[in-house]
Design a protein around this ligand. Sequence first.
Ligand code: ZN
Length: 212
Amino acid sequence: MRKPHQCPDCRKLTQKVHDYRLQKIQHTQVFGRNTLLFYRKRRYICEDRQCRKRFYEDNSVVERYQRQSIEYNQALSIELIHGKNFKDVADRFMTSPTTVMRRFDQISSSKLKEATELPKVIAIDEYKGDTGGEKYQTIIADPIERRPIEILKDRKKETLKEYLRQHGDKVEVVVMDMSQSFKAAVDQALGGPIIVADRFHFVAIFIGHSKR
Ligand SMILES: [Zn+2]
């Protein structure tokens, strides 16, 4: 739908369309298939005679200068927690491991740093950085909201312990694979009546726990 747009330069409103450009956007999986969106992007031209600025319409489908949609990137963020490695995630999202790694870096460097206090329920997972190398990292996630909270630089017990000591005051339930050596770190850092569950038993325990 055409609606008045404000010129980014002179701030005057315009409704005059200059042209259209078709853009291919990789989109989220729908019924297990990768889908592509073809977005017909409208470009406006400022009606002010001195200005004549050309600019694209506002849209929520594509973030500016991004070829991939916002939803696709959100799905990719979630998949980064559960995927086996970058190659695996890349294959499923029909993109390159480089793209996935770049996204991973963005997550670990920017918005994940915001969390200062962990929620009551957290999940701890290790993440194998790439297929050949030995680059492991530790992912702290919120299993209820299904979002990553923090990515630790390695999978060392000391690193995890230090992080939990600083941020884990409210943690009551930790979801993790029982075979992982993280359990000792959790016990030592958090102490108290921490419930540790593997993924399989997590749902049942959490429901019981929240009724208390
Ligand atoms: Zn203008």
